[in-house]
Structure formats: C-alpha cells, structure tokens
Design a protein around this ligand. Structure first.
Ligand SMILES: *Cc1c(COP(=O)(O)O)cnc(C)c1O
Length: 402
C-alpha cells in the first residue's frame, strides 16, 4: 500500500541517519552509578565508567533514598491515581513542597511531574499579552516551549550577553510592557557555564523586571549547602522564581518544582495546566525527595567529592590537549565540532570501557558537536584515571589530540 505519510516520515529518518545525527540508545542493565553494566547488540559489558549522568551527588542508587522509597511504597502505596487537587495530595507532598521552599529561600513551592512540566506551566498563568518575557538564547527547550504557550511578548538575548539583555529590557519598556520577566537557566547545560546572576538581578532591579531561574543543573550541589546558583552568587532575594528537578542531583528519579513567593505559587496551583491536568507524584518519589534533601543539608561530603573529581578531570583532559569549555561546573564539554566525529569518539570510548554521549544538532548548534562529560560523587579517582587513559588512546587514534 502506498502511504505518503509514512514515506514522508521514513525520509525524515533517512535524513537524520545520513547526517550522522541519529541517536541510538544503549541499554543499561545495572542501577545508575559510577560504573554501570551495559547491553549492546546482545552483548553485556560490565563495569563501564559512566561520564554522562546528571547523577551529580551519586544519589541515584543511594541506600538511604532506596530505603525511604521502599518504606513509602509499603505505607503510602504505589500511586495516587489522581491529580493533586482532586485526591492526589498526601501530607508528604505538602511537606516536600515546604522543604524545597525553605531550602531555596522562598515562601512556597509547587511540585510537577517533571521540570519540563514546571517550565511548561509557569509562564501562561502569570503573564499575558500586555507583558514581556526576555529569554536567554541558550535556555532549555522546556523554557522555550513554556514561553510559546504564554501570550506575553517574546524577546531573546544572546547567551549571557548583558548588553543585549539591557537592550531588550529597554525595548520591552518602550513597547509599553506592563510586567517584564527575565528567564534564564542557572547553568547552561551544554556548556556548563553559569548564568551571570549578579548582573541579571541588577538589571532586573534597574528595569523593575521579574527574574526566573531554572536551576536544574545546580540544585543540590552549587552554592553553600547546594542551594543553587542564586546562593552561589549570593543573590537569592534577587531571583523571584526558581524551577528545578528531582531528576538530577536530588536522586535522579523524576519530579519538578517551582519555588517563589506565596501568591505566585498559590495562583499556579489554581491555573498551571500541567499541575491541574497531570498526575500527582508517586509517594515513593516524594519520600525519597525528602530524604535527598536531608542528605544534601546534613553534609558537604558529596559536594566536596564532586568538585574534587571535577578539578582532577578537567586538569587531566587539559593536560592531554583536549579543547574544553572553560568553567567550574561538573559539566566538562570536550569540543569536537563535527557530529560524526563526536559519534565515532563516543563509540570508540565505549569499546575502551567509558560511557559518554556525543551531543550534536539539534541539542547544540550545527558545527559545535561535543562530548559532554559530567562528573559525579560516585566516581572514584581510579575511575577517572582509567577514563583519562581511554580519552588519550581514542583522542590520538582519531586525531583530536597529538
Ligand atoms: C533537565 C532539565 C530540565 C528538565 O527536567 P526534568 O525534570 O527532567 O523534566 C529542565 N530544564 C533544564 C535546564 C534541565 O537541565
């Protein structure tokens, strides 16, 4: 049967394949950890060093989180079978929201199924056609989508370009915007660069704008006690609204949130569509989230290990001659340029026992393909030495380093 639609889709897939942009999933058959067991083409590869998880604090297989989740499973059940406002709110949902708010220095917080949903639901209820949103060009896809769903006028500034941000603020003011919101990632996940929050909050003050920061790649480990990039830069009060995830440093399972002032959170509870029309977080996820916050607040040990690993890894790659993005964050991108080169290098590194992923268009601009390595507290120095050996061997074999 001739099917024009399926032909069209198949052609799109061929184009992706031919451009070397096809993403293939390797199957992990162990828990997420510093070393993982992987299944590829029916063959098992054990104890592969994993350098691409968002498992910054190594909590993805933490015994305390697992115990808390198991206990909640026994006492609170498996699922809620409801959105929050009908019959999906347990006492611990509110407890986690309040804990997150306190941790982040805000009045209150509201949970979502994921930060993608938090960002998707944030803008539309708060701003309308009389308002403006000014967004960093490198913001996460979920912020871009959330802004698209909102009627406010949209402006974009070049990544971390403060002169451009100021120009957009002036433009929005002159266009008569009632309220202006600046939206930025706290950490730009493809580069590991931090947003310039001191400058952004100062500009916001000057132009009476609201500041929204998505701190997915920071909460739990950046700043004092892991309170995120606003705390790192000591501008907590200058940031009005924070969004974040439980799916990275705080256990790595799933769940997102928005934290902010009381009326903002109260209105979102009434109006945010992913909150109103999507299921409540499962009890075990909420219990483990509370445990993760306990762990994060009780000690600096995991953060210390994370940043020791980061310093060691970055210095090791630099000594080998790789082209890195500068920075202090555990995201350490190795720049390669060509998508196929990034794919080849990732494949060869896997053969050497190191799990990394090539990043290329559309997740990064064309021509700036890279391997994004990420440090975490579950990696031992011996793992990193092993991985540096593999990077040296493969880097030389494919001519990226001499
Ligand atoms: C990972 C990420 C998200 C999505 O978080 P989920 O909870 O996985 O949906 C949103 N924003 C940024 C900046 C992220 O890095």
């Amino acid at each position: 049967m001739q099917n024009p639609f399926l032909n069209h889709i198949t052609n799109a897939l061929h184009e992706i394949e031919e451009a070397g942009l096809c993403k293939k999933e390797r199957q992990i058959v162990s828990p997420q950890a510093g070393r993982i067991d992987v299944q590829l083409d029916g063959q098992r590869h054990d104890r592969i060093v994993n350098l691409c998880a968002n498992n910054y604090l190594g909590l993805a297989d933490n015994p305390r989180l697992i115990k808390a989740a198991k206990q909640a499973l026994e006492t609170q059940g498996f699922g809620m079978a409801s959105v929050r406002f009908i019959c999906g709110t347990q006492d611990q949902h509110r407890k986690l929201e309040q804990r997150l708010a306190t941790f982040l220095g805000k009045d209150d917080a509201i949970l979502f199924a994921a930060c993608f949903d938090a960002n998707g639901g944030l803008f539309e209820p708060l701003l309308s056609a009389q308002d403006a949103i000014i967004s960093d060009a490198l913001n996460h896809a979920s912020i871009i989508d959330g802004i698209r769903l909102c009627k406010a006028k949209r402006y974009r500034y070049a990544n971390s370009d403060m002169a451009d941000l100021e120009a957009r603020l002036v433009e929005a003011k002159q266009a008569g915007a009632r309220f202006i919101m600046i939206a930025t990632d706290g950490v730009f996940s493809m580069d590991g660069h931090l947003a310039k929050l001191p400058e952004i909050t100062a500009l916001a003050k000057k132009y009476e704008a609201i500041v929204m920061v998505d701190d997915c790649h920071a909460t739990g480990f950046m700043g004092p006690q892991g309170r995120g990039t606003p705390a790192h830069f000591d501008v907590v009060d200058g940031v009005d609204i924070l969004t974040g995830t439980l799916g990275k440093a705080l256990g790595g399972a799933i769940g997102g949130y928005i934290a902010g002032s009381q009326p903002v959170i109260d209105l979102l509870r009434q109006r945010a569509r992913p909150y109103l029309f999507s299921n409540s977080l499962p009890p075990m996820i909420v219990a483990a989230g509370l445990e993760a916050l306990d762990l994060v607040e009780q000690s600096d040990d995991l953060r210390t290990k994370l940043f020791e690993n980061t310093v060691f890894w970055r210095a090791g790659l630099e000594a080998l001659g790789f082209d890195l993005q500068s920075g202090e964050h555990p995201i350490v991108p190795v720049m390669l340029g060509d998508a196929r080169l990034a794919q080849d290098m990732a494949t060869q590194l896997f053969d050497e026992g190191v799990f990394v992923a090539g990043f290329f268009f559309p997740v990064v601009p064309k021509g700036s393909a890279r391997i994004r390595t990420q440090m975490n507290a579950a990696l031992e120095l011996s793992d990193l030495e092993f991985a540096l050996g593999a990077f040296e061997k493969v880097g030389k074999a494919i001519g990226v380093i001499k």
